[in-house]
Design a protein around this ligand. Structure first.
Ligand SMILES: [Zn+2]
Length: 499
């Protein structure tokens, strides 16, 4: 069975066929950087990380772009409250974002554009929409005219006329009255006193929210991409508007497949700040929930369904992870005792195209796993395969803890060894890897002073400018193994933080 994905555009499971053979371009809507990431972000970015890993395992070259919205009312309000600049708020939360995502084992996007750094392409896109007759400007504001765009409402399946009539009775504020249709939305907003603004053909101002994604998709990946990702709460208006803008400008389809993840509920209620049931990733990890437990918890539900976060469910995920972790850790902890060849032990965070297996059991199991993942990324099914695969390994781990190796047969160990190898490989597709009980303290790490880190960053920069990307990646990986994460920023600057 080929890979099938549920496309929100058609509400159907469709066979995935990329535009260019062997390559997949993906755009994922990122965060507005005014606060720490919460459980909803964790869910969204974990499931899309798994989609990306799976495509890589299937041999695709994946180009993954995710943005940062770094200009927005929420950031400005936060800056006013904290008495600092918009940039300071953004910078702080971008660093926090990288730290939290890396703790959860989420691969960094290939490119992470920021709205304030893409103003040229944003303005160019608005110009084009205007030239094509789908935008109008009023006194420094520019709006998208939804009635001029055939097909508006196709993603969210809304009827424009009906919605307009419903909305008319509710139009009260000044902006709503100026607009020609209740669904018309701002492409460019005229500058307000005391707010940061940027020059544009329509005067000083700032971009509307939706336009940045359309502009970034185009700049980073081209007019039409394979997959556009986001939370189900973005279907309307954000993604509907992205489609309208891009297609009005280019006359081409924006994305072939639209995938949306379900929302997170907490103890049966919608998660929101006002209800006080809001949990940040950081708070959860600080409470001692392990990153892999959180991953397992998220992946136990299908990505499109709502995910109910309860203490009970988290406890059971933690129990499940303990068992799986014991199996995954076998090669790390017990290799010497059971005589597994150390040089053949796999790196647990490597993502490689899946091998074809010769051994009957492993062949069958890996095929089961692939079939489930091909069925719209059925991670709960895939996890069940992992648990089954891990069962005798857990028993072995348990035995080694209590009574040692004696009663085991050598030929059985060979079988268990290939089982373990497969487990490590399949778990890596889901981003699950053996977790050490106690993180090594910083004192144990070889690198412990800032000068050494800065020197390594400088070396990497040199390697990059000499186009020696292998060496550059090597330096990055070395630092990562020591708990130092690098964050490449625009302008060739590299920031770092410690796990
Ligand atoms: Zn977006």
């Amino acid at each position: 069975m080929p890979l099938k994905l549920t496309n929100t555009l058609t509400r159907q499971k469709e066979t995935f066929i990329p535009i260019n053979e062997g390559q997949v371009s993906i755009y994922c809507c990122g965060v507005t950087v005014y606060d720490l990431c919460h459980l909803g972000h964790a869910r969204s970015y974990i499931v899309w990380d798994v989609l990306r890993r799976y495509l890589i395992c299937q041999g695709y070259k994946v180009n993954f772009v995710q943005n940062f919205t770094d200009i927005d009312d929420k950031i400005l309000n936060r800056a006013a409250r904290e008495g600092c600049s918009m940039e300071e708020i953004s910078e702080k939360n971008i660093i926090a974002f990288h730290k939290d995502m890396s703790a959860l084992g989420i691969l960094q996007a290939d490119r992470m554009p920021r709205a304030t750094k893409c103003l040229d392409s944003i303005c160019a896109l608005i110009k084009q929409i205007e030239a094509n007759g789908s935008a109008y400007s009023i006194d420094g504001d520019v709006y998208f005219a939804v009635l001029k765009h055939k097909g508006y409402g196709k993603l969210s399946q809304r009827d424009l006329e009906e919605q307009h009539l419903n909305a008319e009775g509710r139009i009260t504020n000044a902006e709503e009255i100026r607009k020609k249709h209740a669904f018309d939305f701002a492409l460019w907003k005229k500058a307000k006193d005391g707010e940061p603004s940027f020059p544009s053909p329509w005067g000083e101002g700032r971009p509307g929210w939706h336009i940045e994604c359309s502009a970034m998709v185009r700049e980073e990946l081209g007019d039409t991409i394979d997959i556009h990702l986001g939370g189900a709460d973005l279907i309307f208006p954000h993604h509907e508007n992205e489609i309208a803008q891009s297609e009005a400008a280019t006359g081409k389809k924006l994305a072939k497949y639209w995938l949306h993840n379900g929302m997170v509920n907490v103890e049966g209620q919608k998660m929101s700040k006002s209800l006080g049931n809001f949990t940040t990733i950081r708070a959860l990890l600080e409470k001692g929930v392990s990153p892999m437990t959180l991953r397992l918890f998220v992946l136990q539900a299908h990505y499109r369904k709502p995910l109910d976060f309860t203490n009970e469910a988290l406890k059971s995920a933690s129990k499940g992870w303990k068992g799986l972790n014991a199996a995954l850790s076998l090669g790390k902890i017990h290799a010497d005792e059971i005589g597994w060849p150390k040089e053949r032990l796999l790196k647990q965070d490597a993502i490689n195209p899946l091998k074809s297996y010769s051994n009957e059991t492993t062949k069958k199991v890996s095929q089961q796993f692939i079939d489930l993942m091909n069925d719209d990324i059925n991670t709960s099914g895939a996890l069940a395969v992992l648990f089954e695969l891990a069962r005798p390994l857990r028993a072995l781990a348990n035995q080694l803890e209590h009574s040692g190796i004696e009663p085991l047969q050598k030929n059985n160990l060979e079988e268990l060894y290939s089982r373990w190898q497969l487990l490590v490989e399949l778990a890596a597709v889901l981003g699950l890897k053996a977790e050490e009980k106690q993180k090594r303290s910083l004192a144990d790490k070889k690198i412990n002073n800032h000068d050494t880190i800065e020197k390594a960053i400088e070396e990497r920069k040199m390697a990059k400018s000499n186009k020696d990307f292998v060496k550059a990646d090597q330096i990055r990986d070395e630092l990562r193994s020591l708990g130092i994460q690098l964050v490449d920023k625009p302008g060739g600057v590299t920031d770092w933080f410690q796990d």
